[in-house]
Design a protein around this ligand. Sequence first.
Ligand code: ARG
Length: 489
Amino acid sequence: MNSSDSSHPTSRPAAGKTATDSSEAVTNTQWGGRFSESTDQFVQAFTASVTFDQRLYAQDIAGSRAHATMLQRSGVLNQEDLVAIQEGLNDIEADIRAGKFQWSVALEDVHMNIEAALTARIGDAGKRLHTGRSRNDQVATDIRLYLRDACDQAASECTRLLEGLLDLAGLHAATIMPGFTHLQTAQPVTFGHHVMAWFEMLLRDLERLGDTRRRLNRMPLGAAALAGTSYPIDREITRELLGFDALCENSLDAVSDRDFAIEFTSNTAICLMHLSRIAEELVLWMSAQFRFIDLPDRFCTGSSIMPQKKNPDVPELVRGKTGRAYGNLMALLTLMKSQPLAYNKDNQEDKEPLFDSVDTLLGCVRAFADMLPAIEVRHEAMRSAARAGFSTATDLADYLVCKGLTFRDAHEVVGSAVAYGVAHEQDLADMPLTILQGFSDQIEQDVFQVLTLEGSVNARAHVGGTAPAAVKQAIERARARLDTAYMPN
Ligand code: ARG
């Protein structure tokens, strides 16, 4: 310990009074001589964040290790102190991991809990750790480190989900189902094409995570409370040690903004919105009214009163969790609204919504990654639904246009044919040629090729179309796009 080493830069007495030259005893153990009474018990608990920000302990310790190393290399801290700090932090981290660490609300937050424990273990060297930094740049650094990991974890779960979708789409490139608009049968599509629509939605979510990660991977440390520090620090050393791509360029901005957390909760809200749409389709399709799919029992629950029930709980719950994801985004946007520079205690409220969004996103994406590849597809139910709803009516109109009608006239002709089909409960493909010719004398025997479901989907073989051949090509391109979606080369 170097407490008696007066030549040590950080052991010089601070300007003004210190605890030793004061005539009065310090009456507030936490905030020191400025205070003449201790914090109100309720206020202490009310302002504390340690119950939730202890989640940041690993990042906080990593930040402290890097900061101490930088202080030593910059000549602010001596080697002996550095070793004591590193060893002390290692012990504390091990204790926290083992559940042996005593968190104290009186010490307010994760930062002061760890610092106090360090000082208790190693003495004055522990008190030197906070040289040249503030909890303001410390917490901003911790959250960025935490969120960087959360982005990586979410990206890996998202990638697993997307790979599962590509496999599912490959299996069903030629499986025909009705496509819907307004939830009314519109045109036949392939189930593989439908799954690839989900893929596109979620691929953009993965890309958004990568965008957010790139923007947040800048280091606030060095900003100290708000204005920077008068010690000869070298921020490049800390940046390198902590794996940040760059430094936050302005100290006021570094300690105050939480736009990166807003971005993450926004990404989560958008992704949950997408998952809720998929969830809604799964719930509908599993119903007795659709019967397009079944979910394996392990993703469902039963009813305590109705023995016949098998409920799609996982998709329903994901759909429901969208509410909290939107709520967390609103909470953070509102938290930051109108906050003057620089740090305000308001910012302590950033953590719970952010942590909840991280947990929600990881949980929902994981559940879908496990469940979606396992859905059982009822080909026949999908096919007969596609046949039942006049889904090839547009194909008949296109056929008539090829025979010389204008599209509007063709639309009119087919409308009459559909009205007849509704009245006689007969699909277009099941009508005798003579009946069809009653609507237009341009209709000939070859019409039945376009009225079939296969004819309809195969005709849409361009990029982005629903034809099985187009879907297979889309899957191939998608595999390459997935490789670079999160981290572009
Ligand atoms: N617990 C605080 C937070 O989460 C740490 C920063 C406190 N800084 C301060 N000046 N009170 O934001």
